[in-house]
Design a protein around this ligand. Structure first.
Ligand SMILES: C[S@@+](CC[C@H](N)C(=O)[O-])C[C@H]1O[C@@H](n2cnc3c(N)ncnc32)[C@H](O)[C@@H]1O
Length: 251
């Protein structure tokens, strides 16, 4: 990462959470509402092909100026309308952008575009309510500490304030749209939503190399499944490549 990328704000603070969720072997990632592309550039350190989409022309122009790397492509367009092929991404991230859109439609579209076994990570903003005041007071003090030591970089992309939905509303919506999603509230006015799309994630799901779905068992030994993060590491019965499944394999 270059010197100019040593920036801090409440979105950047939670980028490591997105980077840590990149599934092993992920070949393509999509960053929704990418702004000027800082997260997409960071994802490109781990994923061979990264696409950032944003509907704001100035943000996409800034992203293209900073990311001449052919590994990252920036699309100007409305995420909800852009014709990405279904199941084409192993990771989809969306930081501080879900509250700009109809969240139900956006989460449903993200789940469509995710490959089976792929991971969706949303870092979002939701409206505080009265019971949130004590937590928000602690956040103000913590925020001050971060700003004094790291400064604050104001990103140049469009913002929406206040967020239209509360934390409980987003939590319920996520439960309905993405069964099994993990919803967490974070101190600095953000929540995260991590969801692994059901289905076998191995090379056949994330790249074109391994054809077809698992043909197991056919007399071959049952691959052991070991818990890793949100899923189970096992091997693809099709070709033997390592894979991860969101739940313990039934075989
Ligand atoms: C607050 S900025 C966040 C930028 C960046 N993700 C970050 O981490 O700082 C939200 C971005 O979402 C974009 N956006 C909002 N609705 C969108 C949509 N339907 N399709 C694509 N981008 C959208 C906005 O143009 C804006 O650049």
């Amino acid at each position: 990462m270059s010197g100019r990328e040593r920036r801090w704000n409440h979105n950047i603070h939670y980028y490591p959470l997105v980077l840590a969720a990149v599934p092993p072997g992920c070949q393509r990632a999509l960053d929704v509402g990418c702004g000027e592309g800082m997260l997409a550039r960071q994802l490109a350190d781990r994923v061979p092909q990264v696409v950032g989409i944003d509907q704001d022309a100035a943000s996409v122009a800034a992203a293209r100026r900073q990311g001449p790397d052919s590994q990252v492509g920036f699309v100007r367009g409305d995420f909800l309308a852009h014709p990405f092929p279904p199941a084409s991404f192993g990771l989809i991230s969306c930081v501080a952008a879900l509250h700009h859109m109809d969240p139900g439609a956006a989460l449903a579209r993200m789940s469509q575009l995710l490959a089976p076994g792929g991971t969706l990570v949303v870092v979002g903003l939701a409206r505080s309510r009265l019971p949130d005041l004590p937590r928000d007071a602690v956040a103000v003090i913590t925020n001050l500490g971060h700003r004094v030591t790291k400064g604050y970089w104001q990103h140049p992309s469009p913002t929406v304030w206040p967020p239209p939905h509360s934390h409980p509303e987003i939590r319920v919506l996520a439960g309905e749209t993405l069964p099994g999603a993990r919803y967490r509230r974070h101190l600095l006015w953000r929540y995260s939503l991590v969801w692994v799309k059901p289905g076998f994630r191995s090379c056949h799901a994330l790249s074109a190399e391994c054809s077809g779905l698992p043909q197991y068992p056919g007399g071959r030994p049952v691959p052991a499944a070991r818990r890793v993060g949100l899923g189970y590491r096992t091997s693809c019965p099709g070709c033997g490549c390592a894979g991860i499944e969101p739940s313990r394999p039934a075989w």
